[in-house]
Design a protein around this ligand. Structure first.
Ligand SMILES: C[S@@+](CC[C@H](N)C(=O)[O-])C[C@H]1O[C@@H](n2cnc3c(N)ncnc32)[C@H](O)[C@@H]1O
Length: 252
């Protein structure tokens, strides 16, 4: 998700509105205790030490609510391995939890083209990524993702080149990303759109109490969800992990 302009206090209030007392996580599960159970039973015991270090470092950052949660990182790693991905792309890096998850899951010669408007965020996590021995897989580009994607599309060699694309940046551009990424991912490849349940707001009345950053992007997320459901070029699966991730498998 992108909430670069959102004060932490607002994000925490939104978690409270969603009924979560533990403010330091994103989860749509019915209780904090249940989410904690998932983390402690299945996620933390298997989490790579570098991911743990990155997660703990990120927790101290004022915008830590943006980080991909560890259960979602685990899902990303599983997907990357299942489809034998080699060539991947990430839109929205922040300190790099999903990036490092992907990098660890890729083979030694795997590649990630990673984009973010903010290089400083990426550089916070970079020493940990380097220590993990996977920095050589990452080609980081700083700038607005839309322009970077348009550049890529100018070169026909990039069409259908990517096995896996993870989109986790500005919600207002998700449909624009989809219009471009669909031509860059190969047939049989996978796109994951993050935050497609947007704090549960997609199923709430627009008049329900919600924070401004949730209200402001809710329409874009709902529009994306509607579009993905009717796009015949993909098969989709909405997974209620983290803040919701919609997996799209390109079929034509
Ligand atoms: C939710 S965070 C990404 C979280 C990340 N996937 C992780 O695992 O922690 C969203 C990121 O998108 C970036 N972003 C926002 N607008 C963008 C744009 N137009 N182009 C590229 N990156 C953008 C922000 O700087 C921020 O780092």
């Amino acid at each position: 998700m992108t909430m670069t302009e959102t004060p932490m206090a607002e994000q925490q209030q939104q978690n409270e509105l969603n009924g979560h007392k533990d403010l330091n996580h994103k989860s749509l599960l019915q209780s904090d205790a249940l989410y904690q159970y998932v983390l402690e039973t299945s996620v933390y015991p298997r989490e790579h030490e570098s991911l743990k270090e990155l997660r703990e470092m990120t927790q101290k950052h004022p915008r830590n609510i943006m980080a991909t949660p560890p259960d979602e990182g685990q899902l990303i790693m599983m997907l990357v391995k299942l489809i034998n991905a080699k060539n991947t792309m990430e839109i929205g890096v922040y300190t790099g939890y999903s990036l490092l998850s992907t990098a660890l899951a890729l083979p030694h010669d795997g590649k990630i083209l990673a984009m973010d408007v903010n290089r400083e965020y990426y550089e916070l996590g970079l020493p940990i990524i380097q220590k993990a021995g996977v920095a050589h897989k990452i080609d980081f580009r700083e700038g607005p993702a839309l322009s970077l994607l348009d550049e890529l599309l100018k070169d026909k060699n990039n069409m259908g080149k990517y096995d896996f694309v993870f989109v986790d940046a500005d919600k207002n551009n998700y449909l624009n990303y989809h219009k471009r990424v669909i031509d860059l991912v190969r047939i049989g490849g996978l796109i994951g759109y993050d935050n497609t349940l947007w704090f549960g707001s997609v199923a709430q009345s627009p008049h329900a109490p919600m924070m401004d950053f949730v209200k402001n992007s809710r329409g874009y997320v709902m529009e994306l969800n509607k579009h993905l459901a009717s796009d015949e070029r993909i098969e989709i699966c909405q997974i209620p992990v983290g803040d919701g991730i919609t997996l799209c498998r390109r079929v034509i």
